[in-house]
Design a protein around this ligand. Structure first.
Ligand code: NAD
Length: 466
């Protein structure tokens, strides 16, 4: 998808046309390989980010190899099967027809022209960045590095990770003592950071329409990475260096986190004042400038918004800087599941009941509507808190037949059928999946606690919105 925005050369140094040295010719050769689709692309981490990315490259006729440490994922992909609901097996099979395959064997890195790292970047038990997946991956690929290869980190992380963590591990871990190329005429390995900006479940914006921000460890890295992503994205946005690209991703997610905290706080105030926060937001968003609507809910979920701000707070401390705004937003959002519990308790109290001994059905365990991802989902916290208080808790979620054990929860539950809802003392809507018939749910239930405004437009004394 060559586009006018493929202008890395003009902004960041001489263009390929002007190149003269051997290194520059090599770079031009690599870009020609991308243009002709001969370049082989390796993607490490076949998860929610890596697998769709692999399919995008396959869709543009690149031969893609997906690397993953989980053998079961490798086997499924090679059998033409999918383990992500929104990716159809037919899409995997179509990619296979242009050469897509998966492997757990890192020695195949040597055959790749570009390697893109999409492994998890969670927090550890102390709420600090856990870069072990990134460092483990980089250590595994370093022995197989080749001159001229492009390595791109896509995992969300704090500014400085690419230069301070990835580059040293690549340079010290490869047996040929290859260095990262810092200028157009310097040979070596090319390294860049390019954040993944996907919004799972969002069907309004196609992935290839999301502009791709790229920060290389020098002009050659930026040019090469820009050429590669330009083949699959409508526009690429080169920035000065990897740290700028790393910070761009964090700014975007922190912007969301802070604004969601703001509406979560205002929701609580509005409830006390007898004002409907959703009506307020709907009115405010008619302003054609200076306002973007964010919506309150039961707390943050997913692999990004609840986690990424802590990456920056942690890094900021190295600079003797406290990110007070971010920490306050985190505090408000983290407290939301507890607020939901208070609301359930107050609602049951009105009925002369307590949480202890009540039968409660939680609707939705996915962290947001219509997706099969329950990482950091507020539902999990709400279920655990209800159980701790003595409720008999059941859940229903069309995307999860069972919920077992994760990094921070141990539930061992099976999705309950959506019938006989009258047997529950309360039905709590935590995830507003679009397949639910909310009117029927309200009709059949004794009491509905709605944390998502999913019952908007339904008038019933059984509904408590919070
Ligand atoms: N999921 C999203 O919507 C989203 C959006 C933007 C950014 N991100 C970022 O992208 C990165 C990846 O997230 P994800 O949601 O795809 O994670 P994921 O857990 O869905 O997938 C990660 C994959 O990496 C594999 N893996 C782990 N260690 C590996 C190793 N050493 N070698 C090979 N494979 C390995 C895992 O088995 C898994 O298949 C994270 O940094 C995340 O913050 C995610």
């Amino acid at each position: 998808m060559r586009s006018p925005s493929h202008a890395a050369g003009s902004e960041l140094g001489p263009t390929i046309k002007n190149m003269t040295t051997a290194s520059e010719n090599r770079l031009a050769g690599l870009i020609a390989k991308i243009d002709s689709r001969e370049a082989r692309i390796g993607i490490i981490g076949m998860g929610y980010v890596g697998l769709p990315l692999a399919l995008l490259f396959s869709g543009q006729r690149f031969r893609v190899t997906g690397f993953d440490v989980e053998q079961s994922r490798v086997d499924k992909l090679n059998a033409g099967a999918s383990y992500i609901v929104r990716i159809l097996p037919s899409e995997i099979q179509e990619a296979q027809r242009v050469g897509f395959r998966a492997t757990a064997d890192y020695s195949e890195i040597a055959q790749m022209d570009a390697v893109i790292i999409c492994v998890p970047t969670p927090l550890n038990d102390h709420h600090e960045p856990d870069l072990s997946f990134v460092t483990g991956t980089v250590k595994s690929i370093a022995p197989w590095l080749r001159e001229g290869q492009l390595i791109v980190l896509e995992s969300t992380t704090y500014p400085g990770t690419t230069e301070e963590v990835v580059v040293p591990l690549l340079e010290t871990g490869n047996p040929r003592s290859l260095k990262v190329s810092r200028s157009l005429d310097e040979p070596g390995v090319h390294v860049a950071f390019s954040p993944e900006r996907e919004d799972p479940g969002n069907t309004d914006v196609a992935r290839h329409d999301i502009p791709k921000v790229i920060g290389g460890c020098g002009p050659a890295s930026t040019q090469l990475a820009s050429a590669m992503y330009d083949a699959i994205f409508r526009s690429v946005i080169p920035v000065s260096n990897p740290a700028t690209a790393e910070m761009t991703k964090l700014l975007e997610n922190i912007y969301r986190c802070v604004n969601i905290a703001l509406v979560n706080e205002l929701k609580q105030l509005c409830m006390r004042m007898g004002i409907d926060i959703h009506e307020v937001i709907d009115a405010a968003k008619t302003k054609p400038f200076g306002f973007q609507a964010f919506y309150p809910g039961p707390g943050l979920g997913g692999h990004c918004i609840p986690i990424d701000p802590f990456y920056l707070s942690w890094k900021a401390r190295q600079f003797d800087f406290r990110t007070r705004f971010i920490e306050l937003a985190g505090e408000i959002n983290t407290a939301m599941p507890y607020f939901v519990i208070e609301q359930i308790a107050a609602t049951l109290n009105e009925q002369r009941k307590s949480i202890k001994g009540s039968k409660i059905l939680v609707l939705g365990v996915a962290y947001k509507r219509d997706i099969d991802d329950l990482r950091e989902s507020p539902s999990l916290t709400i279920i655990e808190l209800l159980r701790e208080k003595g409720a008999a808790v059941a859940y229903n979620d069309p995307f999860f037949a069972t919920v077992g054990r994760g990094r921070q929860y141990d539930l061992d539950m099976t999705s309950a059928p959506l019938d006989n809802l009258g047997k529950y003392d309360a039905v709590v809507i935590v995830t507003d999946h679009s397949t639910y018939d909310y009117r029927a749910i309200v009709e059949q239930s004794q009491l509905v606690v709605d944390t998502r405004n999913a019952t908007k437009g339904i008038d019933s004394p059984k509904i408590v919105r919070c």
